[in-house]
Every structure is written in C-alpha cells, then in structure tokens.
Design a protein around this ligand. Structure first.
Ligand SMILES: [Zn+2]
Length: 313
C-alpha cells in the first residue's frame, strides 16, 4: 500500500519550451503563459533578439520564463557545416550568450542533443558517421560550461503555413504516453518543443497553446522552467572530459559567477547601425513570412499577431 502511494505520488513535470524567437508569435506565447500563470522556457536565437529588440525587451519583463540560448545564427540553415567546426560553433553560441542575458541553458540549432551531468545523448536522426563526428562539437559546448537541452516530444508543424499538425488533445496524450512509458530522458520529466511562430495569428494564434495548457493543468501536470530539469546548475560547473571519455566535474570556484544581465539598455542588444540583416536562414520561412518580416523591419512598432483569445471552459 505504502509502495503504491509512493509510486503514484510522483510529480509529473512538463517543461514547455519554445524555440526560435523573438519572432512572430512570441508575444502571444508570453501573454498566454502569463495569463495561465505557468512557467516555461524560451530558447531565443541571438540574431532574432538583436533584430526584434522590442519583443526581446518585452520578454525580459516576464519573471515566469527562463530565456535560453539557441545559438546566434541558427546555423544559417547549414547544419552540417555548422557542426563541423567546434571553435566556430562555440564562438556563435558565445555571441548569442552576450545578447541573451548570459544564459548557460543551451539548445542546439537543428539537433536534439543533450549534455548535462545526468543526460548525455546525441541526435539519432543523424547518420552514425556524422553523429560521431559532430559529437565532438557538442562536447566542446558542454566543456565550455553550457548545459544542452534537447526534447522528448515535439509539437510538429506544417512547414508552409506553420500551423500545428497535432491537436492539443493529441499532444496531451503524447506527453502522457512519454511519461507513463518512461520514454523521457529523466523519469517523471517531459520536455516539449514547440516553435513561437506556430502561435502567430496566421497559424491560428494561441488558441491551441491555451487549450493544451488547460488540459495539462486538468491532468495534474506541474509546469517548470529548464532551470529545475538538472539537479545541477551550469553556472556552478566547469566540465572537463578526461581520457576515458567520462565527465569530470569540477567546481568553478576560481571563476566568478556570472550575473544575469538582462537590462533593457544592454548595449549588446542595440543595433545602432540601422543595418537590416537578411533573415531567411530558417529553412521553414516561406515567402509570406518574409514579407511580414520586411514589414516589421520597416516599422518597428509593427505588432503582427497578438490577439486576446477567450475560451469558455
Ligand atoms: Zn530552432
């Protein structure tokens, strides 16, 4: 009796993570998370944060979210090349880190890779030979002090119109399946990946997201940020690979703990040159969204997609 009580009293923790912002859809996601009073993680692309300063600054004011680092360039759409050169990879991630509040929470572009004390896993969608080679680059990122977070379940989308391919009900059951069948990297914890642009107005707004959150709440899930996923904190460690391939973790006593610097006037976020950077590196950008993006660049006040959605339930 006692045993079964213990078994069933385990917390079910859902880590909602949103990639590729600040972009169309980011405000919608932020507002819904706040209205639903839950915690989540936004893995921002450094270049997008630099470009979409207003949305980025807006995001910094939300205490219920943790901002993670999703590289600066998002590999410029060329993943094989991106992971071939560990030094360039680190430089790209470090560049984003300076823009993104010195976060040490990292998600690689285009790869479901994990590196932290409890979980080390490569992306099995990549062919063996390349996976083995890229693995060295992932290790370098970890050794540089970042924890890398992949995902257990992805909310997939149509690459043309960015609409969700699965209903909120379907996603809730996939999350539950991963949990009950232990198909997660850590027991009792499910990391879900979604993309901000899935919730832009043209993709149906935030209705789907709100519905999913309501179902998960009803089913007793706890919502947490990626900060609680590992029992360790990336800020506290320096990771050194030893010759046996095992991770030796050393306290970072000698290194001054970096403080989060999410100030509104962070000079790193100010693009004063007025230069408009080309923004077509995300392979799923269609012509339509490029048009929207151009409009956004021309008018900094352009807010494309926030709408208030009322669901009667
Ligand atoms: Zn991405």
């Amino acid at each position: 009796m006692i045993l079964s009580t213990t078994l069933f009293s385990q917390d079910k923790i859902i880590y909602l993570t949103f990639d590729d912002g600040p972009l169309y859809g980011t405000r919608t996601v932020l507002n819904i998370l706040k209205e639903e009073d839950i915690e989540a993680t936004m893995f921002f692309v450094g270049r997008h944060a630099q470009r979409n300063k207003k949305i980025f600054n807006y995001a910094k004011d939300f205490s219920n979210i943790v901002i993670g680092n999703h590289t600066f360039s998002h590999a410029d759409g060329s993943y094989a090349k991106f992971y071939r050169n560990p030094e360039k990879l680190i430089a790209d991630i470090d560049k984003a880190q300076n823009i993104l509040c010195n976060t040490k929470y990292q998600r690689l572009a285009g790869r479901n890779v994990w590196r932290m004390p409890e979980v080390s896993r490569n992306d099995y969608a990549i062919k063996k030979k390349r996976r083995r080679r890229e693995s060295l680059a992932y290790d370098r990122v970890y050794d540089a002090g970042y924890f890398i977070y992949g995902w257990d379940v992805e909310w997939r989308f149509n690459h043309k119109n960015h609409k969700a391919l699965e209903s909120p009900q379907k996603m809730a059951s996939r999350i539950n399946y991963a949990y009950t069948r232990n198909k997660t990297k850590r027991k009792g914890k499910v990391v879900m990946l979604a993309h901000d642009f899935m919730f832009k107005k043209r993709a149906g707004g935030g209705r789907n997201l709100r519905k999913l959150i309501k179902i998960l709440k009803r089913d007793g899930w706890k919502f947490e940020t990626i900060e609680t996923y590992s029992d360790q904190r990336p800020e506290d460690f320096l990771n050194i690979s030893n010759i046996d391939g095992l991770k030796e973790i050393k306290y970072r006593d000698q290194i001054k703990k970096e403080e989060k610097s999410c100030k509104r006037d962070d000079s790193a976020t100010n693009n004063t040159s007025g230069e408009i950077l080309k923004d077509n590196f995300l392979e799923y950008f269609d012509k339509d969204t490029e048009k929207v993006n151009k409009k956004k660049e021309e008018n900094d006040d352009f807010e494309e997609d926030y709408e208030i959605i009322i669901i009667d339930d």
